[in-house]
Design a protein around this ligand. Structure first.
Ligand SMILES: [Ca+2]
Ligand SMILES: [Ca+2]
Ligand SMILES: [Ca+2]
Ligand SMILES: [Ca+2]
Length: 490
């Protein structure tokens, strides 16, 4: 065989074997930082290990997919980072994604062989669009064109990038080209040379099966949790009223409500959600946290400014007592404060299981931990809450909050009509929408029947009409979205 034809055979063979030659298909991606739906797909690019800056990211494997409207990246970055933090803050990065979204070199900002139409600077929290002539305009990440999960630190992310519309492709499938690079001398680049081309799937993915706001038939326990953003419930009480009426909860957990007393919250709920039969709402409060229950609250305790209550469930719901943590650890870059509070919370959980703590429980009782957890920092705080692994080992020993199951289970809490899971957004913010609110529970004593985030902005008109809600409701209620969880006793 002549050298040239041997080289051709080798090239053809390589082309068949290289994952990069497999065009990804359309994929229904839930942007949640979990990768079940990616299945056994092969990475589009595998960047070599050890080719980044010593303190920087070391980009690894990249998978690509799309749903017809958005491009999805599953990206390994080689070390723990807060994707939306610059390096002058703890574990930040200077990662940038350059996208040629119309695959035309002649439009956008010329960068190498690309005409870049969209540039995302993750750590610097900037999104820059370039028009055909290369003029830049910035848009706030809060507008939601880009989302990356998890919101807390990780070494692998699921990233959703809304693709700008393009002119008619006359039957051809759309292609985009991209590369990633960390700024600074020796910053890692993916791929090491050239760019990655991605051809969009043949078919746009259909919207997800909607989650109904109505409760399922049968006896279930429904809990709603919402951070009311500095007492906005007192500013738009009528919107909260119609929202609560559409949800019909048994237990209402509120955070960020310092301005109301427990008796005012009870009075409000008796007015907008009357229980009937002469029953009234019972409310316990500590600091900005209120736990309101249609069932008797038997005992309560506080951990820092967080609240744990013991609630007597009726016979139809198993008749056991529920242990309910309603929590709101400190926000933002206060990682030390958050470390301390999650440790104290789980030390109390451990004490309750072993006969200590603020009140006595049966160690097989159902237990739930929910609220605005402000998990925008180190992933270790989530592990403390879910797995019982203390940040500060002097608070140990570690333990299994889920008892025989080990860890607590996490409610998926998807939006009712979209494959999104964020629970916080502010349109003008330099932070993109994120997941700050969680619901964790003991899977041995509780079966999760349903969980969802009702975001009226993402609901079609007929769903809003059926629920008696308006499109702007959840946005007017808070910068956080409500969480709704339905349980059956096991
Ligand atoms: Ca996912
Ligand atoms: Ca690398
Ligand atoms: Ca272009
Ligand atoms: Ca590289």
């Amino acid at each position: 065989m002549r050298n040239a034809s041997r080289a051709l055979v080798v090239l053809v063979t390589l082309a068949c074997l290289t994952p990069g030659t497999v065009w990804a298909k359309s994929l229904a991606v839930v942007t949640d930082g979990k990768f079940d739906e990616w299945g056994g797909r092969r990475p589009r690019v595998t960047d070599p290990a050890g080719d980044g800056q010593s303190e920087g990211l070391d980009l690894g494997r990249l998978w690509l997919a799309d749903d017809g409207q958005a491009l999805f990246l599953r990206l390994e970055v080689g070390r723990e980072t807060l994707l939306q933090n610059s390096p002058n803050q703890v574990i930040g990065n200077l990662l940038r994604l350059y996208l040629d979204t119309d695959r035309k070199k002649t439009t956008g900002l010329p960068v190498g062989s690309l005409g870049v139409d969209l540039e995302i600077r993750f750590g610097e929290r900037r999104i820059i669009r370039y028009d055909a002539a290369g003029n830049a305009t910035e848009e706030p990440p809060g507008a939601g064109a880009v989302q990356a999960l998890p919101t807390f630190s990780s070494d692998v992310f699921e990233i959703r990038v809304e693709l700008p519309p393009v002119e008619k492709l006359s039957g051809k499938r759309r292609k985009v080209r991209l590369f990633l690079r960390e700024e600074g001398a020796g910053g890692d680049r993916l791929p090491n040379a050239g760019t990655v081309t991605y051809k969009l799937g043949k078919k746009a993915v259909a919207p997800p099966k909607p989650i109904a706001l109505e409760r399922a038939a049968g006896d279930t326990l429904r809990i709603v949790s919402i951070n009311v953003e500095d007492a906005l419930i007192g500013v738009v009480p009528e919107i909260y009223a119609r929202f609560l009426q559409s949800i019909q909860p048994d237990i209402v957990c509120l955070q960020s409500l310092r301005e109301w007393s427990a008796s005012l919250t009870a009075e409000y709920l008796d007015m907008v959600l009357p229980l009937g039969g002469g029953r009234t709402w019972t409310v316990t409060q500590v600091d900005d946290i209120h736990t309101a229950s249609a069932f008797p609250i038997l005992a309560a305790g506080s951990i820092d400014a967080n609240l744990v209550t013991q609630i007597e469930l009726p016979a139809a719901l198993g008749g056991r007592n529920l242990v309910l943590f309603n929590i709101h650890p400190p926000c933002c870059d206060n990682d030390p404060g958050r470390d301390e509070e999650v440790d104290n919370l789980m030390a109390t959980w451990r004490d309750l299981l072993s006969g200590g703590g603020p009140f006595a429980i049966d160690p097989e009782d159902p237990m739930i931990l929910l609220g605005d957890m402000n998990l925008v920092g180190f992933q270790r705080q989530f592990r403390t809450l879910r797995d019982g692994v203390f940040v500060d080992s002097s608070n140990g020993p570690d333990f299994a909050p889920g008892r025989a199951e080990g860890s607590l289970r996490e409610a998926p809490l998807r939006h009712t009509h979209r494959r999104l899971i964020h629970t916080w957004r502010r349109a003008g913010s330099d932070f993109s929408p994120g997941k700050l609110d969680f619901a964790l529970y003991t899977g041995d004593a509780l079966e999760l029947v349903q969980s969802f985030v009702p975001d009226t902005e993402g609901m079609p008109q007929e769903a809003l009409d059926a629920a008696g809600l308006e499109a702007g409701d959840t946005l007017e209620m808070s910068d956080h979205l409500p969480l709704v969880v339905d349980f059956e006793p096991r």
